[in-house]
Design a protein around this ligand. Structure first.
Ligand code: TEU
Ligand code: CA
Length: 560
């Protein structure tokens, strides 16, 4: 396989609002990121994916952009941005920008114009339709509750918004829209950025006619089949690649809700015609149900292994995977799939990290994951800030689909705000995030879980991530080796191998709080010459024939 830097990199995601506040207004900012650049260097990551920092009215925390070439005032100025970019580059760290172009803010000048009249030059920049019998043009529900259509009195028509009504969808079928987006991307590339993470890029091409979807528990039709991986998406991305991406040396990752392995082979094919890799959602959707993500179902390990193995095996030699447990849209994986009790928090955090970081693909670490940060004990609806969570509460509880107590329980477990509380830097007030009042509550566990403590202890989660990242940089087999699953039916153990040129790695992870017998598996390996590369316990050994609670270990077998 062709070697490239983005296959060998580890990416760290920053959600700027919650990372580090430098001026006491309670909101994280660009100068805060610059302050912490040495911390990231110490962790050893290669690339930062920066969630949106552009001008925005913040209906969806910056994912509603009103100017793609200005910085949000809350976060600082363009000079602050340039300083941050240089501080990163001086340390050999690359910066990947979040590209949110499925939609803009309704306050973007294009939309302000577009809604003025039916024949405004910007009208066709967005998706406008006539009502049907005095109702919405179709039955689609928005990701953030309610109809995906908003009626606009001024021209007596509706506009499409797959997300909030302040996030109107751009009309990618209009060549002018594509030109504007490509020109803007080029401007950022010329500034010296190192790539793009493309927000819901799988949704930019809609099936003509916009057919009604299947009705769900919320009473709205699902747009998925008519929006995800739509008819022209590959054509538009190839055009983007030719006009912009191919002119620079970038890391590109498409956030692709609804992507299948077959589609991913097109988006992220190794021939480089579209993107480097995609974020797939199949492993994140394993605990979904009738009321969408809102439940407290546990992810089944056998199913998780099936899904991740399918992605590992199907893309091998054909396309490139991204690897993630966490991001700003997901609750903390440590609380979802690990064990956040005092006894097992750090052990299970390290186990999850081992399982993911030893796979083939580019790993993503979400801020705080390297500290073992957990879900948050939110008490009341007023504690939440996320538009998705708040709207979902009103839709499902208001519509009597769920009762208040159940929905609050599900919000506490699944809300995106679990990932969005401030990074816990130390044990001082507000976890050292701000000297002011934080925009969202700080997790009360910051006195025991914080970076200061993590950096001071050799056996911490932070130092374990540091070691995993360093190993990936040293060992080709971790980046390029082939993957094969062992024990597919085992309900608690995730075991797999990686192999490259006769060398082999054996990765063993116990996802349960109980000791697991793997005697039979160990028999096959224990006589062989081996080296232990990393483990979350002392004295990990194949001769034990057992894995201790949440134990993880990686054994290397040299070529004969
Ligand atoms: O998320 C897209 C997306 O698929 C979300 O609906 C996601 O599934 C959901 O948040 C999980 O509950 C992207 C961004 O990552 C997200 O933060 C934005 O809110 C959204 O697009 C709109 O820009
Ligand atoms: Ca600030």
């Amino acid at each position: 396989m062709k070697k490239t830097w983005w296959k060998e990199s580890v990416v760290y995601q920053i959600y700027p609002r919650s990372f580090k506040d430098s001026n006491g207004d309670g909101i994280g900012d660009l100068n805060g990121i610059t302050e912490k650049m040495d911390y990231l260097k110490e962790l050893g990551i290669d690339v930062i994916w920066l969630s949106p920092v552009y001008e925005s009215p913040n209906d969806d925390n910056g994912y509603d952009i009103s100017n793609y070439q200005e910085i949000m005032k809350d976060f600082g100025t363009m000079e602050d941005y340039d300083r941050m970019l240089s501080a990163a580059h001086e340390r050999g760290i690359k910066i990947v920008m979040d590209l949110v172009v499925n939609h803009t803010s309704d306050e973007h000048p294009w939309f302000v114009e577009s809604r003025k009249s039916r024949n405004n030059p910007y009208r066709e920049y967005y998706i406008w339709r006539e009502g049907k019998d005095g109702k919405e043009p179709n039955n689609w529900g928005s990701c953030f509750s309610g109809s995906a259509w908003e009626y606009d009195k001024q021209t007596d028509m509706y506009y499409l918004h797959l997300f909030s009504k302040k996030q109107p969808d751009l009309n990618w079928d209009n060549p002018k829209v594509r030109e504007e987006v490509f020109t803007m991307m080029d401007w950022w590339c010329k500034k010296g950025i190192d790539g793009f993470r493309m927000d819901v890029i799988s949704m930019i091409s809609k099936v003509p006619g916009l057919p009604d979807g299947e009705i769900g528990k919320n009473g709205y039709g699902s747009f998925g089949p008519y929006v995800c991986n739509g008819p022209h998406v590959h054509e538009y991305l190839q055009e983007m690649n030719q006009k912009v991406l191919s002119k620079y040396d970038l890391l590109t990752v498409g956030e692709c809700s609804g992507v299948t392995v077959e589609e991913a082979k097109k988006y992220a094919s190794l021939d480089g015609k579209e993107l480097n890799m995609v974020f797939q959602f199949e492993h994140m959707d394993l605990d979904g149900g009738e009321t969408f993500k809102w439940n407290d179902k546990k992810i089944d390990l056998v199913e998780l292994k099936q899904v991740l193995t399918k992605w590992q095996v199907s893309l091998m030699g054909k396309a490139w995977n991204s690897l993630y447990w966490c991001n700003h849209d997901q609750p903390r994986m440590l609380s979802r799939l690990g064990n956040d009790s005092d006894e097992y928090r750090e052990i299970s955090a390290k186990m999850l990290a081992t399982c993911l970081h030893m796979m083939q693909g580019t790993p993503y670490v979400y801020q705080g994951e390297e500290l073992g940060m957990t879900n948050v004990p939110f008490e009341k609806l007023e504690d939440f800030r996320d538009i998705e969570s708040i709207n979902a509460y009103h839709e499902l509880v208001g519509g009597k689909v769920l009762d208040d107590a159940s929905m609050m329980k599900y919000l506490r477990y699944k809300s995106r705000d679990n990932a969005r509380t401030p990074v816990q830097w130390d044990d001082s007030p507000n976890a050292g995030f701000t000297t002011g009042t934080p925009w969202i509550m700080v997790n009360p566990n910051y006195k025991k879980i914080n970076a200061k403590d993590q950096l001071a202890r050799e056996d911490s989660v932070f130092h374990y991530y540091q070691k995993l990242i360093a190993l990936r940089h040293e060992k080709d087999i971790i980046v390029y080796g082939d993957y094969a699953l062992l024990l597919p039916e085992h309900p608690a153990v995730y075991a797999y191998t990686r192999s490259l040129d006769g060398e082999m790695l054996l990765v063993l992870c116990n996802f349960s709080g109980k000791e697991q017998d793997i005697q039979a598996l160990c028999e096959d390996y224990k006589e062989k010459e081996t080296e232990l590369w990393i483990s979350n316990y002392e004295n990990a050994s194949l001769s034990r024939g057992k894995l201790r609670p949440y134990e993880a270990a990686v054994f290397y077998f040299p070529a004969k």
